[in-house]
Ligand binder design. Structure first.
Ligand code: 13P
Length: 333
């Protein structure tokens, strides 16, 4: 028997989060957005967790690393960043001469908010000999106080590349522990932040969902807890998830332990496969409210009114850029 998630049972699968516009309106708005993007010389970048219609109107959809690289490549004058604040800020840091627009100012990140310059300084005092490796989900101020950045796509390679054996990983505890398990030769101190969207998922939820899909392959994001990662066949960044599916040509069903926006690109790329959220429900627990605030109407407004421009003071940007560029110089495994 299926029960609602309110009483603690596993919820029944539902549709992707409801759009605020119907399909006809979405098509009209998308055409207008594409026209405006051309007129304003803007590139539209969207993260894999954005609502489907925002992903579909974008020039490029990707993970944090892919979006940062794409932002660096563009010749456009404007970058409309459909993601969350720290991503747009990183794009601005890397491209100080471009205008970077975030369509919705409420698009924050709880994980990035869990670390501030003063809390990082506190940890640095506790671990004075450690090199600070900070996840891209952090503010520019925190990056500027860090030695190097990483994303979920390169965290292990970045940690391995560091000449030191003592590394302080911030702010994601689950990702930090995952990196530490793979590099036992190094000594890690791990900050205690989490992404609430990933951290709510438990191994028991995945096992319960797998009872209904016993043959399914489990793909998890490294922001998930250790008990979830222990059940995963693949652990990787959101964009890498698209490639990992191709490793299982015989598999029909995949359980996805990450934010539900990922399902859209997966279904487009693999229409013959079935993708199920690892807690059995699209739009319930594995749902980032910040990633979902941006609608097509906000993207249109961003282009029409040139809002909301992301600015980073140059003294902060300089330090953040150093940490990001060091990361980008590390070859991927
Ligand atoms: P990716 O870099 O894997 O897309 O992850 C970003 C993120 O914020 C995950 O919660």
């Amino acid at each position: 028997m299926k029960t609602s998630h309110v009483d603690g049972g596993l919820p029944a699968p539902v549709q992707l989060p409801a759009s605020e516009v119907d399909a006809t309106q979405a098509a009209q708005l998308s055409r207008e957005i594409r026209r405006l993007a051309e007129e304003r010389n803007a590139v539209i970048l969207a993260h894999n967790y954005q609502v489907p219609e925002v992903q579909d109107v974008a020039d490029f959809v990707g993970d944090s690393l892919g979006l940062a690289l794409e932002a660096q490549k563009t010749d456009s004058e404007r970058i409309v960043f459909c993601g969350v604040h720290f991503m747009a800020e990183a794009a601005k840091v890397l491209n100080p001469d471009k205008k970077v627009l975030l369509p919705h100012l409420s698009a924050g990140c709880s994980l990035a908010d869990s670390i501030t310059p003063e809390s990082l300084e506190d940890w640095k005092e506790r671990y004075p000999d450690h090199t600070v490796m900070t996840y891209i989900n952090s503010s520019a101020e925190v990056k500027a106080l860090s030695d190097i950045c990483c994303t979920s796509a390169n965290a292990v390679s970045v940690a391995r590349s560091l000449p030191t054996d003592k590394i302080l990983i911030t702010p994601d505890r689950n990702l930090g522990q995952w990196v530490a398990r793979q590099l036992p030769e190094k000594d890690f101190a791990i900050y205690d932040g989490v992404c609430p969207t990933h951290d709510v998922l438990r191994g028991a939820n995945v096992e319960k969902t797998r009872e209904e899909h016993p043959e399914a392959i489990v793909i998890a994001h490294p922001e998930c807890r250790e008990d979830v990662l222990a059940l995963a066949d693949e652990i990787c960044s959101t964009t890498a998830m698209m490639e990992r599916v191709a490793r299982y040509p015989e598999a029909k069903t995949f359980l996805m332990a990450t934010e539900n926006g990922i399902i859209h690109q997966l279904r487009k790329q693999y229409p013959d496969k079935t993708f199920v959220m690892a807690d059995g429900c699209i739009g319930c627990r594995l749902h980032c409210p910040y990633m979902k605030v941006t609608a097509l109407t906000h993207v249109q407004r961003a282009l029409e009114e040139d809002v909301f421009e992301i600015l980073v003071p140059e003294d902060v940007a300089e330090g953040a850029r150093r940490a990001l560029q060091r990361m980008m110089a590390v070859p991927r495994d």
